[in-house]
Design a protein around this ligand. Structure first.
Ligand code: AMP
Length: 302
């Protein structure tokens, strides 16, 4: 196993200007592991309820996601509902039924504990810490978090950040975490909290990586229709971490390519609802999109 992903798995009910779905497969761990599975061997630690359909499990297995760490508890599966505005950078959460996710206490199977790459999806920082406590010595820990934890449990978050190498946040979260509206200043402040590599996600405006006093920018791929932005951030993280785990190193060139693979994977995820676009995605399409990114941002000096 090269990459371990810990996070939510469940049902999403989503409404966007382009359609509406009910109880489709979702969750941070799902988007991230499916995206990463195109690059590396991934294992997932998450929990579902007794109502979770076997065909979703079969789908994850078809992507070679190792499910030793997937537990089934008595009760209903996590269910999240959201509605996107006409401007799809904005959404309202309609409901969050935590259900069995409320009892989630990530127990890392023995066989996963020495996994070198670890992605801690957006869950309570105390649970993220609980995962870290069980790992032998992960080489790269990447972490996602959100305003809820930044405001609610700042001390727990500070502890996890000290052990984190890569922080992925959106621009608002970076500002909230540091009190700095300027992204470079925010990134410097985050460096002091622990993470050396700061990735600031900007939705349809791409993502920036600030590392070693250098700024790298990966645009979002221009699409004529974004059907459902749900999971874009986690899919980005999956492409990013999956590629790093495959390369097994973190030099500048590898990190920059990882950013572009992250952006490429996210661009596929948003083309359709749930994981529908990722379901039948093939590696050639990823390579073609990677080349299209290269073309999009390259120019010659006069
Ligand atoms: P994103 O669009 O990257 O924010 O991720 C959306 C995914 O996060 C959806 O598939 C949801 O199922 C999942 N999600 C939403 N709220 C929560 C929560 N409170 N805890 C864990 N996962 C969540």
């Amino acid at each position: 196993m090269d990459l371990l992903v810990v996070g939510s798995i469940g049902f999403d009910s989503i409404e966007t200007p382009h359609g509406k779905t009910e109880k489709q497969l979702g969750g941070t761990a799902v988007f991230c592991s499916v995206a990463a599975s195109y690059f590396t061997k991934v294992g997932m630690v998450a929990t579902v309820g007794s109502d979770f359909p076997e065909h979703h499990v079969d789908f994850l297995k078809s992507k070679n996601v190792d499910l030793t760490g997937l537990t089934k508890l008595d009760g209903e599966t996590f269910h999240w509902g959201a509605r996107y505005h006409h401007n799809m950078n904005r959404r309202d959460t309609l409901f969050t039924h935590l259900n069995v996710f409320e009892q989630f206490s990530p127990e890392i199977p023995q066989a996963y504990r020495d996994t070198p790459f670890l992605f801690l999806g957006n869950i309570a920082p105390s649970l993220q810490m609980h995962v870290l406590d069980q790992m032998t010595a992960p080489k790269i820990v990447a972490l996602d978090t959100m305003n809820f934890w930044i405001e609610g449990t700042p001390d727990d978050l500070a502890k996890v950040l000290r052990k984190t190498k890569v922080l992925l946040v959106n621009d608002e979260e970076a500002a909230q975490l540091t009190g700095e509206g300027n992204q470079l200043k925010a990134a410097k402040a985050i460096n002091k909290m622990g993470p050396e590599i700061v990735i600031i996600k900007k939705g349809e405006h791409g993502a920036a990586m600030i590392h070693d006093n250098e700024y790298f920018y990966a645009p979002a791929f221009p699409l004529d229709q974004v059907s459902d932005p749900t999971g874009a951030g986690d899919t980005f993280a999956g492409g990013f971490m999956g590629y790093l785990a495959k390369a097994s190193r973190i030099d500048k060139g590898t990190l920059r390519r990882a950013m572009v693979f992250g952006s490429a994977m996210a661009s596929f995820a948003v083309e359709n609802f749930s994981v529908e676009r990722l379901r039948h995605l093939v590696s050639d399409e990823i390579d073609q999109r990677f080349d299209a990114f290269h073309e999009m941002v390259s120019f010659e000096r006069e």
